[in-house]
Design a protein around this ligand. Structure first.
Ligand code: MN
Length: 346
């Protein structure tokens, strides 16, 4: 993969204050990519601030920049400050999102900001024309893998991963590891190449795995058991399984952000299940979060697009439903029945 980084290089050369923006409900790839970019820019002598729409899972706090002044800013804690930073930035770099609406609060602010707009993302392209520079590739595991390629192509790194520094390298590894579900999905030859090169410069693979993937509470593990045993509905006719997670259950199991990470993958361990869905009531009850996973050529991106106000990738997508959780099963079964065959396979 050859990436022409000269337009990005030109923007970075001119910019002094930069903001790095991730998506709502930030996951490992969002956090990995914004923090990796932060460390790279810092080493280049640039000031940057990370802005996230909503809080991140506790187990990712080790990715926080060391400098207290540079701590990640959460819109839900201080939206006015987030807007001020976006407005005043010389460059706004969005990572791991394909639509500005995924920033939840900042779409209009980013659009009207004076600074240059940059996108680095691996979702199906949607709004490339809204950016001055858009680096978008779906043929990678994660935004972190794409960012790794971009950084290696920058003149100051010159294809030498050792020049990234260990914090940057760790962040990149975390995003790739979490988005691939620890090398289980969306893995390309380049993904292993990246992993090998990062481990080669000292990234502690086992340590990161333990910190990020083996980090849950007792109650989270019990909630997972409850979901599989009591909530999973299998629809043999559609080779599909789904689970509903209500706010009541979240309270009962002391739910923390990130606790339902991975739940949607569990039914895919069943041989006869090709599609899995998790429907989670949002904390304020305003909508239901939809997570979809599929095996092989079944395309849940277009399914999410048509029926669930969302999108993503072929085998992993998400969206929202604006209806009570209790109405979801009937809607979901209707959607499965109405899913056109020509959109089902890609
Ligand atoms: Mn991602």
């Amino acid at each position: 993969m050859q990436i022409d980084t000269s337009p990005l290089e030109a923007i970075l050369n001119e910019a002094h204050d930069i903001v790095l923006v991730g998506h709502f409900n930030p996951d490992g790839d969002a956090l990995g990519s914004v923090t990796a970019a932060y460390h790279y820019l810092k080493a280049r002598g640039k000031r940057s601030r990370i802005i996230l729409p909503s809080p991140y899972p506790d187990n990712m706090s080790f990715l926080e920049p060391d400098d207290p002044q540079d701590r990640m800013l959460i819109c839900e804690n201080d939206l006015a400050e987030a807007r001020r930073l976006v407005t005043g930035a010389d460059a706004v770099i969005c990572l791991d999102l394909n639509r500005l609406a995924r920033t939840e609060y900042l779409e209009d602010d980013i659009l009207s900001a004076q600074g240059k707009k940059v996108l680095v993302d691996h979702h199906i392209p949607a709004e490339l024309d809204r950016f001055d520079v858009a680096i978008s590739d779906t043929g990678v595991s994660s935004t972190c893998e794409l960012l790794f390629r971009v950084l290696l192509a920058m003149p100051d790194i010159a294809d030498d991963p050792a020049r990234l520094g260990i914090r940057c390298a760790e962040s990149l590894y975390v995003g790739m590891m979490t988005d691939t579900n620890n090398f289980a999905n969306s893995v390309y030859p380049g993904t292993f190449d990246m992993a090998g090169r990062l481990i080669g410069i000292g990234v502690d693979k086992d340590g990161l795995q333990e910190k990020v993937l083996s980090c849950y509470s007792v109650s989270r593990t019990r909630l997972m058991g409850h979901m599989v045993k009591n909530k999973m509905v299998v629809l043999p006719r559609w080779k599909t399984a789904y689970m509903l997670l209500s706010n009541k259950e979240k309270a009962r199991y002391h739910f923390q952000p990130g606790d339902s990470e991975g739940f949607v993958n569990l039914p895919l361990a069943i041989a006869s299940v090709q599609v899995s869905a998790l429907f989670t009531e949002n904390a304020d009850g305003a909508y239901v979060r939809v997570s979809l996973r599929s095996k092989g050529r079944i395309d849940v991106n277009r399914f999410a697009n048509r029926f669930f106000n969302g999108g993503g990738h072929r085998n992993a997508a998400g969206g929202r439903l604006y209806m009570p959780l209790s109405d979801v099963p009937a809607y979901f079964e209707q959607a499965l029945a109405a899913w056109p065959d020509e959109e089902k396979f890609s």
